[in-house]
Design a protein around this ligand. Sequence first.
Ligand SMILES: [Zn+2]
Length: 162
Amino acid sequence: MEKFLAKFNHSQTSSSTNGNPSSLIDDLNLDSLESDLGKRVPIAHYNNPRIKDEVRKHYIQKGPCQPKMDSYPPTKIGKRMRQFCKIWFEGPYSKWLEYSVEKDFVYCLCCYLFKDDFFHGSTSEFYTKTGFRSWNRALERFRKHVGDVNSIHDKCFNKMLC
Ligand SMILES: [Zn+2]
């Protein structure tokens, strides 16, 4: 991260010299951004609003990370083995639900991108930072995460669609 900021500061100086604003985007190197949320840099770590916007646009264009695999790692919950189900990528959660192969957790794309604009705190960190893996109660918890109109998730989702 420090390396990135150092590079960015350098590019800011050079762009003001040569007047080429696109050099900021080049230095960010969008191709190097991790698609797996388990390995992504938290959005709040992008201090510069222009860089943050570029990162957000990049992830919105790519859409949620939804690796379709034949099977997902089983986890013992209670007396039974449970696992992520790829059918959850379909239906009402298709636009935001993400699965991290790295962590075997699910996350929420829109909350990852915009939650900090609405709320600073640990709410919904299961879906933006720490990940969620209670497969036995997944659908119930997804519904709870979405919540009502004007929930944090709903605000983030609407912002992602703008
Ligand atoms: Zn969400």
